[in-house]
Design a protein around this ligand. Sequence first.
Ligand code: FAD
Length: 302
Amino acid sequence: HLSVATRQAEERPRVSFEFFPPKNETMDERLWECVRRLEPMQPDFVSVTYGAGGSTRERTHDTVARIASETSLIPAAHLTCVSATKEDVLQTAEDYWEAGVRHIVALRGDSPDGMGAEWKQAPGGFQNVIELIESLRAHRPDLGKVFEVSVACYPEPHPDTRGWEFDLAHLKAKQDAGADRAITQFFFEPDIYFEFLDRARNAGITMPIVPGIMLQPNFNGLKRIAGLCGASVPDWLHKLYEGLDDDADTRDLITANIAAELCHKLADGGVTQFHFYTLNRANLALSTCHLLGLKPATAEAA
Ligand code: FAD
């Protein structure tokens, strides 16, 4: 490994954070504590997820609007094609714009019948994410309303995959439709990312492919999500969390260390941007950033 100090001198890693919109007051407090504690890390942007089936439309909007108006952070709002007409989806985008949001994470989303069920286009809705990206790009450029667009990508095949050839052509089509960057599904082995990066570059995908780093200390929850979205959970990870079901503190420490080690290995291979799935937990994202050598802006100035 390059030492952290050497790497820092070369380039400050760039980070972004994903949050989810809170469901109740307690979760709201936790989210805002997380936002405030991560703000000094000066992320490129922070993104807010859009619940399955569009279930968090208002809450996602309210969260990004508050981030835009009350913090120095640049919000990105997730938006899916699920269970809504094209007009509804574009109205949500327009509402984001009015709230000061200029960056959208455009997704097809999962079937309303749940993750793993076959994708169904909503009546009057977008057929796929390419159509959504094209519509976002065409959204009132006459008024200078041009969104930055990020999209998802899958270094390990998505459950809906019909093979690499289709997947890579599909990702290239997202780029051609106007996507600015792709953010990966989470993964735990650096080679999974690097092999995917090679495949993507060979397929003509030139946009940044930012690794999504999972900070989920609940290992049983992690295994469930990984099973649903096609991410592999290596044996060594099972061993690390073994016997810790009732020890949340130790799981937190392990989670931050695993994430930091993965980032270090990715950085050794030239990666300079990381997107963290924070689960609205400030301590894990903060300690991972510190382990990466990233300091809050005030500490750096001092
Ligand atoms: P796509 O990239 O369009 O498709 C997913 C996969 O299916 C690709 O591998 C693609 O090649 C393949 N595929 C698509 N269409 C076809 C076809 N016609 N034939 C064959 N193969 C096909 N979900 C939410 O509900 N809310 C969120 O906020 C959210 N945020 C996310 C953020 C990130 C960074 C990531 C990685 C995922 C997120 N998801 C979210 C999950 C996402 O909605 C699901 O993974 C969904 O199933 C796919 O959406 P997508 O935009 O990636 O789809």
